[in-house]
Design a protein around this ligand. Structure first.
Ligand code: G6P
Ligand code: MN
Length: 438
């Protein structure tokens, strides 16, 4: 039996994690959940949703809430970190400051991600130190964005006891398999890069790489969200299926123009809908679950709407992939029960991807068992993929160092070296716009 502590426990996605736990009847399993958040009102709202979601499930995990970090972490077997420092208002500001300067304003990619990392890293380090103190045996699963950067910052304190997760690589691999009529569970995805900056380079089924056939099949590609977003011709030209976030690099001008043409950013939209959710639950706690389901439908319908147009809904087949909560549960199940499995995770590079430092956190297929995650041997990154990943990793590492040392000048350098920031002048304006100055 195991205890899971969720940091950011008042967050809107927590019922997804709880829902995944409700469906897990393995032995041992997570039978106790501690929700931590800095805001008791949000914790209360989510606790109502969970209680209603657990109704009629006899072996549902016990749930308790806490606003005291050390209390929430004490005795945890797993820590799931999904915090949003500065809230959605912070996300909205990350987006707008950059957009106003004519560069990408986005949650994790580009200058918005650097500003978000700067704000989040001190908190992530405090979490890691507290884990070391009160839950030294705990395994930490980091979903806090920018996930690659935050995981790397936490590794300095926690070593291999922290892994980062993301739902996008597994979703991409799943869509690719389904597009060819294959069972995703019977394919191996050769995916590599950084978080939100990777490529599916091969999809192996029965020992054969079926990706070239997929890239040559426009009708099959049309069923894959990433290929629609990036264009079938372009992914065929690349010879690989990029993560959806590569849109911001390959179509940098179009992305900025598209986001600026919308009446609101993704952060603005979520800020409004989520404020409404917490207000609705406070007013009608007995209907918390209904309110949550309604807002969730609205969110999914406009996923990445900023770059794709609001009419492009996520299909049920996509959602059935399990999302990030599925990735988190699969990781915990493998560690708890020693069920050996392979998963794409954010882990220390070591010597996996030549050309990147050993301490760099990379997103690659890993073998997971009772001892945790180890990267599998994979093909090296080459050409423009390696060049882009090296440059963005340097930006991430400079951001981590700047935040650790609280050095605004070092952060300006990180902004300036980002491939989506086209002038040192803009980097200085960004720092000023975000209020990061000496
Ligand atoms: C995907 C990414 C996450 C990101 C999320 C944004 O799930 O993998 O890292 O946070 O999209 O979704 P949102 O609904 O917050 O715009
Ligand atoms: Mn992600």
């Amino acid at each position: 039996m195991a205890r899971l502590t969720v940091l950011g426990g008042g967050g809107f996605r927590v019922p997804l994690v709880h829902g995944a736990l409700l469906g897990d009847h393995g032995d041992p399993r997570v039978d106790e959940v501690v929700l931590h958040d800095v805001d008791q009102g949000r914790l209360d709202a989510v606790a109502h949703v969970l209680a209603q979601q657990a109704a009629g499930v006899p072996d549902a995990p016990r749930v308790r809430t806490s606003t005291v970090l050390a209390d929430a972490l004490e005795g945890a077997d797993f820590v799931f970190s999904a915090v949003r420092v500065g809230g959605l208002a912070g996300r909205s500001r990350d987006e707008h400051v950059a957009l106003d300067l004519g560069v990408l304003g986005q949650e994790t990619t580009g200058p918005g991600g650097i500003a978000y990392g700067w704000r989040t890293i001190p908190v992530a380090l405090e979490v890691a130190r507290t884990v070391n103190r009160v839950a030294p045996g705990a395994q930490v699963i980091n979903f806090t964005n920018p996930a690659g950067m935050i995981t790397e910052a936490m590794q300095a304190e926690l070593g291999a006891r922290v892994v980062g997760i993301c739902d996008s690589p597994v979703a991409l691999a799943r869509r690719a398999a389904l597009a060819l009529g294959l069972d995703p569970a019977r394919t191996h995805a050769d995916y590599a890069g950084l978080n939100h900056l990777g490529w599916l380079r091969a999809l192996v089924h029965d020992g054969v790489d079926v990706l070239p056939a997929l890239l040559a099949d426009p009708a099959a590609l049309a069923t894959i969200e990433e290929a629609r977003l990036l264009g079938a011709d372009w992914v065929a030209a690349l010879g690989a299926l990029p993560n959806e976030y590569l849109y911001y690099y390959y179509y940098a001008r179009d992305a900025v123009a598209a986001i600026r043409s919308e009446p609101q950013t993704r952060g603005d939209h979520l800020l409004r809908t989520q404020q409404q959710f917490y207000a609705d639950v406070a007013a009608e706690p007995d209907r918390a679950l209904q309110h949550w389901r309604r807002v969730r439908r609205e969110r999914d319908a406009s996923y990445l709407a900023e770059v794709r147009g609001a009419d492009d809904e996520r299909s049920e087949a996509d959602l059935a992939g399990g999302g990030y909560e599925g990735v988190a549960l699969a990781y915990m199940a493998a560690v708890l029960r020693g069920e050996t499995t392979t998963m794409i995770l954010d882990v220390r590079n070591g010597s996996t991807l030549p050309g990147l430092p050993p301490e760099a956190v990379v997103e690659v297929p890993c073998l997971v068992d009772a001892t945790g995650a180890r990267p599998l041997a994979t093909a090296p990154l080459t050409g423009h993929q390696l060049g882009l990943v090296q440059q963005v990793k340097e930006v991430e590492q400079r951001t981590i160092a700047a935040a650790r040392d609280q050095d605004p000048d070092a952060l300006v350098t990180a902004f300036a070296l980002h491939p989506l920031v086209d002038s040192v002048t803009v980097a200085r304006d960004l720092a000023r716009g975000y209020g990061i100055t000496r």
